[in-house]
Design a protein around this ligand. Structure first.
Ligand SMILES: [Zn+2]
Length: 383
């Protein structure tokens, strides 16, 4: 790939050699830039595809000794008398009951080597990856190696930053995630790598808007397109994954310090979204008080996100689930989300929260609130 300097050089030579006017030179530069962008987009698209392939196909195998069940039949002592006992099952030692084994080399490819060369060689990066690999459990399979991965969008932000949107998860229940990529050189080759905050600032949204006309593509040709179902998954029961001890404790402590009517009972994540569960602390309060919900949302988001959302969280957005009491057709009662309030990291960073002239309405404008529904459950009261 030609560097910017090379590109300019070629253009200048071309322009002078042909003795063209300035207008023609501008035209030539535009043409060249368009070609360059096409190449960048194509490379990004291919790179995203190969990342998806590693994740989809190769990250884990079923445990052979237990046939993926996690337990094995314990052979009892010989003799008919112990026949009953011989059917007992015990945890498979080969996989510690997980039923599957993650492949270290493939996980390393997907979650270490796809990051920038700078990050890979940075202090503690390899150890951090090793820890994340060792902590993998069966329930993480859908996150690290989703059964379905559909590429929805490939976009250039500028000539060294790009975005891909990938719908991933259980087939028919995919959720869309946005991934950021940067262009870097490795072993003399320029390639796209997954971006981390330590790789430097992400260009502001102006750049994204400029590039938003670029190519949109879908894997509809080789995968059944389940876009309707993917959008639908917000109403399905989603898996909120546990955070690791360290961010969880810190986030709960930050939440506990906030003066609010709604109380945080849990923090977790869905992909790169931080999910916070809240219940109303005082039964005498009206849960439908919109102003209170707005004030509390703002207070919690500020406390949890801090001045700058950084590693190891790397959230793309934060979501507050305000609970209500629901009942199913069998009479079971459960606290489930009634409203979800969310804000993206980019938006959050842009707002000057400390500016006192920003009133509640001006702050609230940056949040999205939606009513939640749960199939077969009826709202019966407020938490
Ligand atoms: Zn096993």
């Amino acid at each position: 790939m030609a560097t910017f300097a090379q590109t300019v050089c070629v253009l200048v030579i071309l322009a002078f050699a042909a003795g063209t006017s300035e207008a023609a030179m501008v035209q030539a530069r535009d043409d060249k830039a368009a070609v360059n962008e096409k190449i960048l987009l194509r490379d990004l698209s291919e790179r995203a595809r190969s990342w998806m392939e590693v994740r989809r196909e190769k990250l884990w195998i079923s445990c052979k000794p237990c046939d993926g069940k996690g337990t094995v039949v314990v052979p009892g002592p010989p003799g008919g008398f112990h026949k009953q006992q011989s059917k007992a099952r015990e945890t498979c030692k080969a996989c510690s009951g997980e039923g599957r084994r993650f492949i270290e080399a493939e996980h390393r490819k997907a979650y270490f080597e796809f990051h920038t060369p700078e990050w890979q060689t940075s202090e503690g990066a390899f150890e951090a990856w090793q820890r994340s690999f060792r902590a993998l459990r069966r329930q993480d399979s859908e996150r690290v190696a989703p059964s379905s991965l559909l590429r929805r969008k490939v976009t250039l932000v500028d000539h060294s930053h790009g975005l891909t949107v990938i719908a991933e998860g259980k087939r028919g229940k995919e959720v869309e995630f946005e991934y950021r990529w940067v262009l870097r050189k490795q072993d003399g080759k320029t390639k796209w790598f997954l971006w981390k905050p330590s790789d430097g600032n992400w260009p502001d949204e102006q750049g994204q808007r400029d590039a938003s006309e670029s190519e949109t593509e879908s894997d509809a040709a080789d995968e059944p397109d389940e876009s309707d179902n993917a959008a639908d998954s917000s109403t399905a029961r989603e898996a909120i994954l546990e955070l690791e001890e360290e961010p969880r404790t810190a986030l709960l402590a930050a939440a506990a310090a906030v003066e609010a009517s709604w109380r945080v009972t849990a923090v977790g994540r869905v992909g790169r979204q931080l999910v916070v569960t809240l219940v109303l602390g005082d039964e005498t309060l009206d849960p439908s008080d919109a102003k209170r919900l707005q004030r509390d949302s703002i207070a919690y988001v500020r406390a949890l996100f801090g001045p700058e959302p950084t590693e190891p969280f790397e959230w793309d957005s934060i979501r507050l689930d305000f609970s209500g009491l629901w009942m199913d057709e069998y009479g079971n009662e459960e606290l489930l989300p009634r409203w979800s309030v969310s804000i993206g990291t980019l938006e959050y960073r842009k707002v000057r929260w400390e500016n006192e002239r920003l009133d509640l309405a001006a702050r609230w404008k940056h949040f999205t609130q939606r009513d939640r529904e749960h199939a077969d459950w009826t709202l019966i009261g407020d938490s």
